[in-house]
Design a protein around this ligand. Structure first.
Ligand code: GLA
Length: 695
């Protein structure tokens, strides 16, 4: 049984972990424990109460309150801040009821003096050692309540005195740089204020005591399933207890909760492991594949994308030529990127008018799609539904549909403005256009892009708090995308935002994969993919082989990097030599043979040395019978003697062979003494691993 109720205490059990909360004598909900399961229920209830009151030292400083709210004398960075119509800004909540289910729990609290109810929701994901949490806030009264902050959760880690935070940071074309840093007293804050998840930070955290690595050590980790403004703030307080607030960013947030309304926050996922960052990632990977992705079990096709080859200069002839070469390489899906729709000659026009450009495609998309299909490939298309160029029919007809402040300039970025998806008329218009496109054309794949951050975040004719825009836009995005998914259930969707600007667990309820970065240079990708893989599984990691840095980095190396995810090709195929095309065909065939292991197996980041210039990643099938090993050397000045690579995830007592390495050995031997490869600069190797049955 994953949920145990004992009086007013609740023990949430996953396969290996326990998460324990309970009401204290004062009726406050206290976090007691999050870690490995203990033998007896009473083990979880260590002393957690403040011993005494001191004037400047309120109980909340030493007590781990599960969801602290503004208004107590505690001065902990709270999760909730509301203002009632008479100006009172404190919430005083008392437990009302619990709704326990097999794998879920809701705890409802009510304000003592005002008609406001707060519910904490928990869902247990036993197999993945994950706990999911979110909040609902309900106005039971007759006048509005102003919400200023409502985070999804506060996560508590034990008071060990020393905390290291791992997080993902970066910028456009350099997303997902993994950082590990010590926390000191005060608040460390990560956030997005851009309307999307952002290239700059990702709503992910991991906390350890400094000793964890890929294979071992206690790690508490989490993420937020949300594609808009978000915030993670880790407060290390006077008693060095770290608390992680996570939720919708309260920066410029405002919400008028009308009588009878319920506000629901996005969910946060949290997990605990004693097997290091590697297992933390595997839990996320399995959960995302099994429980989040709409097509989590579907093998992703090898795709070709025309962007880097033809940019905006797409037409039937240019695309047909690329498609023919792509088909000969064994590519399964041909994606025409930007440039195909009305008026789109450059990035100055066209966004918003989602029908084929009459000059470029006088007979519509059907002839090209039919050609691509005849070549044996499926067809995919690029769209950027939330955007509009001022030079478009949509904007000329509806200039008030964009996010803007009246009387202020509308700042353009890449010559475009953002349509306000909070508005029903905007959603209806875009939905109708995209639905028509999908109904009238045999489209198997859509890349959904978003190529700018927000500015002037106003919604002048909204009759409520204009700051609701931050949330209503994202809800609108989910609604349009979700409706299209339901109407066209076989389409595969990719989330892109100038590369990896919208990579989060929220969007993966709609998108099957993510375009990880506009930086397709293979050696840069190694680092970006390393960071991305902290949270996201390989089947969501769309990775193209392009011409970036092709003078220095061999084609095979570039393929190997992309084969670590969902393989795609994005180079200018017309310029590829016959021998390059032959290498590509070979790599595509090789990928098809092993992609089930990469896309659905367990991933191990098994080696990083020489400042990341020597690295190895391994994937193992779930039944441990087959694996793939990738080893990369970028630039390391000679002389160098490359270290052994210790494999992972093998059955210790079974025999395994590694492709082109002499002799079979036990799994334990490969894992403890390893294997060595002499690679030159910018050389890589891919080796299949086989369990030898009956040996
Ligand atoms: C973004 C994407 C690219 C490409 C261009 C098209 O930058 O990340 O892959 O689709 O838009 O304009």
């Amino acid at each position: 049984m994953p949920l145990h109720t004992q009086d007013k205490n609740w023990i949430l059990l996953t396969k290996h972990t326990a998460y324990v909360i309970g009401l204290n004598a004062a009726g406050r909900l206290v976090h007691h424990y999050w870690g490995r399961q203990l033998p007896f229920p009473e083990d979880y209830f260590a002393e957690n109460e403040p011993l005494e009151w001191l004037p400047f030292d309120a109980p909340g400083m030493r007590m781990s309150e599960e969801y602290p709210v503004y208004g107590s004398p505690d001065h902990i960075d709270p999760c909730l801040k509301v203002m009632f119509s008479d100006g009172v800004r404190s919430a005083v909540l008392h437990f009302e009821s619990a709704l326990p289910e097999d794998e879920a729990l809701s705890l409802r609290f009510r304000d003592d003096d005002y008609p406001l109810a707060l519910s904490l929701h928990y869902r247990i994901h036993p197999t993945y050692d994950l706990i999911e949490r979110w909040i609902t806030l309900e106005n039971l009264g007759t006048v509005p309540v102003q919400i200023e902050r409502v985070f999804s959760a506060q996560w508590h880690v034990p008071n060990n005195g020393a905390y290291r935070l791992s997080h993902l940071t970066g910028r456009w074309a350099a997303e997902n740089t993994l950082r590990r840093e010590w926390l000191s007293h005060g608040i460390k804050m990560l956030d997005s204020r851009r309307l999307n998840t952002s290239h700059h930070h990702n709503p992910y955290f991991a906390i350890d005591g400094g000793a964890a690595d890929e294979d071992q050590g206690q790690v508490w980790f989490g993420a937020l399933a949300w594609s808009g403004n978000w915030k993670i703030s880790v407060e290390t307080n006077d008693y060095t207890a770290a608390r992680i607030n996570i939720g919708i960013n309260d920066w410029d947030f405002g919400w008028t909760l009308q009588p009878g309304e319920i506000f629901t926050t996005p969910a946060t996922l949290g997990g605990y492991t004693e097997s290091g960052f590697g297992e933390a990632s595997q839990h996320f990977h399995d959960y995302i594949r099994d429980a989040v992705l709409p097509h989590g079990k579907t093998t992703h096709p090898v795709l070709y994308n025309s962007w880097e080859a033809t940019t905006f200069n797409v037409d039937e002839t240019s695309q047909a030529k690329l498609a023919e070469i792509a088909a000969n390489m064994g590519i399964e899906l041909f994606v025409m990127d930007d440039g195909w729709f009305q008026g789109r000659k450059t990035d100055h026009a066209g966004l918003g008018d989602w029908h084929p450009d009459v000059q470029k495609f006088p007979h519509g998309l059907t002839p090209l799609i039919a050609h691509v299909n005849r070549l044996g490939m499926a067809f995919g298309l690029w769209v950027e539904p939330e955007m509009v160029n001022p030079d478009s029919d949509l904007y000329r007809n509806h200039p008030d549909w964009v996010i803007h402040f009246p009387h202020r300039p509308r700042s353009e970025s890449r010559n475009q403005l953002i349509l306000n998806f909070g508005r029903a008329d905007v959603r209806d218009c875009i939905l109708a256009q995209l639905d028509k496109l999908l109904r009238e054309n045999n489209i198997a794949f859509i890349k959904w892009d978003m190529n700018r951050s927000v500015s002037e975040p106003g919604w002048p004719d909204h009759d409520r708090d204009q700051r609701e825009l931050w949330v209503r836009h994202v809800w609108g995005l989910y609604e349009v995308w979700g409706t299209l998914r339901r109407k066209h259930p076989n389409v595969i969707w990719q989330s892109c935002s100038g590369g990896g600007g919208r990579a989060d667990i929220g969007i993966l309820h709609y998108a099957d994969q993510i375009w990880v970065s506009d930086n397709t240079e293979a050696t840069a990708r190694l680092g970006i993919q390393h960071g991305f893989s902290q949270v996201f599984p390989a089947n969501t990691m769309e990775a193209w082989v392009t011409d970036a840095d092709s003078a220095r980095v061999p084609l095979e190396f570039r393929f190997h990097v992309s084969m670590c995810g969902s393989l795609g090709v994005g180079g200018h195929l017309l310029k590829w030599s016959e021998s390059d095309r032959a290498i590509a065909a070979q790599c595509v065939a090789q990928y098809k043979e092993m992609r089930e292991i990469v896309q659905f197996g367990d991933m191990y980041r098994i080696h990083q040395s020489h400042h990341g210039a020597f690295s190895a990643v391994q994937y193992m099938s779930k039944d441990r019978s087959e694996g793939v090993l990738f080893v990369f050397r970028t630039h390391i000045p000679d002389p160098v003697f490359l270290p052994q690579i210790m494999l992972r995830g093998l059955e210790p007592d079974a025999h395994y062979a590694i492709e082109d390495v002499s002799g079979s050995r036990s799994g334990l031997a490969w894992m403890t003494t390893g294997v060595r490869f002499d690679l030159h600069n910018f050389e890589s190797t891919l080796r299949r691993i086989h369990r030898i049955e009956g040996a």
